[in-house]
Design a protein around this ligand. Structure first.
Ligand SMILES: C[S@@+](CC[C@H](N)C(=O)[O-])C[C@H]1O[C@@H](n2cnc3c(N)ncnc32)[C@H](O)[C@@H]1O
Length: 254
């Protein structure tokens, strides 16, 4: 299924020369095609390696779509980091996006061990991040590593997104929202709808694993059709959604 979705993506992708939107053309040149920051990638690699060397076990309470890999709930930290922790490809993109956009605050749905949160901090150390995780043992492990690595200004909240989002999305806006938990169609659409409350003109939504399953593809297709969304970009591993009123509604597969 993921393979079929990948072929479809490859057949539809465009180069920057077919792009007529000045905003997207500039975004490709200055962000996506910018030089990799080798030091930041090294910091990401070092951070992730700490977990890969952690042989302890925790009991997982699975709130999401379930795992395509794990069969039991007792899991080794090292294995969780390998399977669910941010990959190098995504880290590279996240680092480029955050370094370019310099958001003033971020909301992450799905902390897991905090490797994604740490990547955002590595990209931009001053970034205040609110990150939500339902599994207590996983969240406490993430917290332990944030403290060990002296990361500050991370508000890690333990609870189900369904219970937390109504409160978090009232009376505040976020520059960046990273959706990386519960990869099912209905849940993704629900979280998207809740988070529309936190959007301002320059907010960016990042969706993880938009081609992970047919359900995630359906969710992605419905999200990009939403009238509030103007520019949307399919980077295969991540989907980007902008709300800029000055841009005409257009979808890009890059
Ligand atoms: C793919 S992992 C997140 C990975 C992380 N963002 C990273 O880049 O390293 C998804 C996490 O979301 C959490 N999650 C899924 N559905 C949830 C829900 N409804 N409420 C709270 N947490 C949830 C899972 O427990 C899991 O730890």
């Amino acid at each position: 299924m993921a393979f079929k979705n990948y072929i479809k993506y490859i057949l539809n992708r465009k180069t920057k020369y077919g792009i007529h939107s000045p905003f997207v053309f500039q975004f490709i040149n200055e962000c996506l095609n910018s030089k990799k920051d080798k030091q930041k990638l090294l910091d990401f690699k070092r951070y992730k390696k700490q977990f890969v060397n952690d042989k302890s076990f925790i009991e997982i309470n699975d709130f999401g779509a379930g795992s395509k890999v794990f069969k039991t709930n007792k899991r080794k930290i090292a294995q969780i980091a390998k399977v669910a922790g941010m990959s190098r490809t995504k880290a590279l993109l996240i680092i480029k996006l955050i370094s370019y956009l310099q958001p003033k605050n971020a909301l992450e749905l799905g902390t897991s061990l905090g490797i994604g949160t740490a990547t955002m901090k590595i990209a931009y150390p001053d970034l205040p991040i609110t990150t939500l995780e339902g599994c207590k043992q996983t969240a406490l492990t993430a917290k332990k590593y944030f403290e060990k690595n002296n990361f500050s200004n991370i508000n890690l909240t333990i609870g189900n997104f369904d219970n937390l989002l109504p409160e978090i999305t009232i009376n505040q806006t976020f520059d960046l929202v990273y959706f990386d938990g519960n990869h099912t169609e209905i849940a993704t659409l629900n979280y998207f709808n809740w988070c529309l409350n936190v959007v301002h003109n320059d907010t960016l939504f990042i969706f993880d694993d938009i081609h992970w399953s047919d359900g995630m593809e359906n969710a992605w297709n419905k999200i990009i059709e939403n009238q509030k969304v103007t520019v949307s970009i399919d980077l295969y591993h991540l989907g980007l959604v902008f709300f800029r009123k000055e841009s005409t509604k257009q979808h890009f597969i890059l």
